[in-house]
Design a protein around this ligand. Structure first.
Ligand code: MN
Length: 226
């Protein structure tokens, strides 16, 4: 477990950097990079973003993450994660920017085989996306140190081999637009995490693999899958 975090159980799941902030909900944006949307056989929806949620207690911090049950095709998705320090309804882009407390590097683990079955049956993605230890989050860097993060390299290595590489500027919807969108649907709150989508290069990992996720300007996230 990272010393930046302390996660016994909700609602005591707390971020200790910058004060105690409970992790609230985990929103994940789908298909926010054109190349990734294409590799999944789809396209970015330019009308509106698309999202799903993971359970708050799916959040883990390493240094080890357990390979989940019920899959033989666990995929990595490296993503920029925004943590909210405040919330609200129907936020403007400026209000959405003000709501961001900080940023971290995250992995949205996906049971791709289960997700594919769900898609085929026209069912929600939940079985493929929301499971124990499926949301790995690195140390949070406050926005006050960085400003608004809209560009910078995002990359993932597995056993020191580069597998995902992109730039935050390739996001179809920027973080503030995603927050504004989510705030039209429900009241956003401090402690909400927003996974902002993954660049191309997703693929399978297995027990014993070492993952290192990096975003320019943020502390890296490094862990072993066991
Ligand atoms: Mn994702």
């Amino acid at each position: 477990m990272s010393d930046h975090w302390n996660s016994p159980a909700h609602p005591e799941c707390t971020l200790t950097l910058g004060g105690t902030r409970p992790v609230n909900r985990v929103f994940c944006i789908a298909k926010n990079y054109e190349e990734h949307a294409r590799e999944m056989g789809g396209a970015v929806d330019r009308q509106a973003p698309f999202h799903f949620q993971k359970s708050f207690d799916s959040v883990v911090f390493g240094p080890t993450v357990s390979y989940p049950r019920m899959t033989e095709n666990l995929h990595h998705e490296v993503e920029l994660v925004a943590m909210l320090g405040s919330g609200g309804d129907n936020l403007s882009l400026a209000e959405a920017e003000s709501a961001i407390f900080g940023y971290a590097v995250g992995i949205d683990f996906t049971r791709r085989d289960r997700q594919a079955e769900a898609k085929e049956k026209g069912r929600p993605w939940e079985i493929g996306k929301s499971f124990d230890e499926s949301a790995v989050v690195g140390p949070v860097t406050p926005k006050s140190e960085l400003g608004l993060l809209t560009r910078g390299a995002i990359r993932l290595t597995v056993n020191e081999r580069l597998v995902q590489s992109g730039d935050l500027s390739q996001m179809a919807y920027q973080t503030v637009e995603l927050i504004a969108y989510l705030s039209t649907l429900q009241t956003l709150k401090a402690g909400d995490l927003i996974f902002t989508g993954t660049p191309s290069g997703v693929g399978a990992v297995g027990s014993g693999d070492r993952l290192r996720a990096e975003i320019e300007g943020l502390s890296p996230l490094s862990f072993e899958l066991i």
